[in-house]
Write a protein that binds this ligand. Structure first.
Ligand code: ACO
Ligand code: ZN
Length: 166
């Protein structure tokens, strides 16, 4: 059964289903240099469908966000051990950017990881990706660390995180 999270004009934001994975992989190939195996997409959808979300416009897939959960040291509390949501990847097709789709995807993924009782949510983003960094900042993420040569091409990443209220 399709779970529609929100609809604004012709944009539908909904939870992904197995049949969405190929279109999601196609968007990933077009928009980002970091790619994953089919199995990885399937495993994220199985693990946390609440935060594997797609955007559709007139039946065409135009964006996605996919996440996982982890237990580990807090990005906020010294020595705290917490459950963390992790944005693995998010993208919107270039022709559909600057319409609020990216923001809607991140907001719905926040709701999704909260449903999984995560204490925090984090991600890595290229330091040069000002568009994405600004989007995350607007939604409450803060830069917690700079990860040296995080990407294959040697670029640094910012680790950005948000802490949820109890
Ligand atoms: N009219 C004009 N501008 C608008 C409108 C509108 N109706 N709605 C939103 N905007 C503006 C926003 O204010 C924002 O502007 P700002 O950056 O100046 O504040 C800008 O458009 C982007 O916001 P959204 O529209 O919500 O985001 P978008 O759909 O463009 O997606 C994203 C952002 C996902 C980062 C996109 O640029 C993208 O896919 N980039 C390539 C892939 C990528 O870099 N992904 C992130 C990698 S990091 C990771 O995956 C963890
Ligand atoms: Zn990551």
């Amino acid at each position: 059964m399709q779970v529609i999270l929100r609809q604004v004009n012709d944009v539908i934001i909904r939870r992904a289903e197995p049949s969405d994975l190929i279109p999601v992989m196609e968007i990933n190939l077009k928009t980002l240099p970091e790619h994953y195996s089919d199995y990885f997409y399937e495993s994220l959808l199985a693990e946390i469908p609440e935060a594997f979300i797609v955007a559709e416009v007139n039946g065409k897939h135009v964006g996605y966000v996919m996440c996982k959960t982890e237990y580990g040291f807090s990005n906020f509390k010294r020595l705290g051990f917490v459950k963390k949501g992790h944005v693995v990847s998010i993208a919107v097709l270039e022709e559909f950017r600057k319409k609020g789709i990216g923001k809607a995807l991140v907001e719905e993924s926040i709701n999704g990881v909260k449903l999984k009782k995560c204490d925090e949510f984090y991600l890595e983003v290229r330091c040069s990706n000002t568009e994405a960094v600004r989007l995350y900042e607007k939604l409450g993420f803060v830069i917690k660390q700079q990860l040296n040569a995080y990407y294959r091409d040697g670029e640094d990443a910012y680790l950005m995180a948000i802490e949820f209220e109890k």
